[in-house]
Design a protein around this ligand. Sequence first.
Ligand SMILES: C[S@@+](CC[C@H](N)C(=O)[O-])C[C@H]1O[C@@H](n2cnc3c(N)ncnc32)[C@H](O)[C@@H]1O
Length: 302
Amino acid sequence: MKQAVDNLYEIFKSITDIDINNLNEGDILLPTGKAISPSAAAHCLLEMKRTAIFLRGIKKAIDQKLENLDRAINILYAGCGPYGTLITPLLTLYSSDEIKITFLDINQISLNAVEKLVTNLGYENFIEDYVLEDASNYKINKDYDIVISETMQACLQNEPQVSIMQNLIPQLNEHAIFIPQQITIDAYLKNPGKWNDKKQQRTGIESKILKALFSVNKTNLDTNHFKEIVQIPENLNGFIELMLHTTIIIFKDEILGVNDCSLNSPRKFYEFKERYANSIEFWYSLLPQPSIECRVLDFVEK
Ligand SMILES: C[S@@+](CC[C@H](N)C(=O)[O-])C[C@H]1O[C@@H](n2cnc3c(N)ncnc32)[C@H](O)[C@@H]1O
């Protein structure tokens, strides 16, 4: 995987002139979250497991659609970045009679780059359109079979994934596939283990699920329902950290779980050292920036 993404990066970089050396230059701050810079979007390619599992899932979705439809399938790629990473490598496997792609991004530099890339690689016949729009309020003018958007970070923070799903999914036909199919946030308790001098690392690290918090998918898009109260067990037995895990179902059995890539990094929300809470409420807020919020409802009496 590492070799494959490194090789792709060299090719994509040399054609587009977009590299990963200006990660923080050119972010666009939208009311719905941050659209990361062309360089940072290019860097996503190098998250090898993310790229591999997305590509596998998207290939399965395309194959399923091709099996059931007697025409070219229409794909909208919302937030394609400069390389169109989650579809470009698959174009070798299909013909332009089978798939038609609309590339959409809010960033003109990324859109120009992806156009240069596919033209240079000789894939221009696959492309229906290049659209410079905000996917969180874009009005769809075509009956898409598959929509792809990876505009997220762990715990659905900062980037506009949820707003984009809220805008695009209700505009799709009921058989359309949105990728990723589901993003789930779960609360875990973690025992951070102890530093082991001999092994020069922490040992005894363990995690156990506390409660599923919420999932966003085709039928669950209303963030008003993204809230949950978590009861903290009386005896923590060393499981003193409360972490949130993000699991992403790309398509069917192609799933990104804890620590597979940065999108699945566990985030620490609490460390119960001296006193700990009885119950904590979690909820998701879209404004001013997408993030999971929480508050202790009641502390344990000492
Ligand atoms: C995390 S990068 C992913 C790049 C590429 N799709 C990949 O997976 O490697 C997100 C991309 O989505 C774009 N983006 C973010 N929010 C957007 C929005 N609301 N509308 C359109 N594009 C957006 C950014 O400009 C960036 O190119």
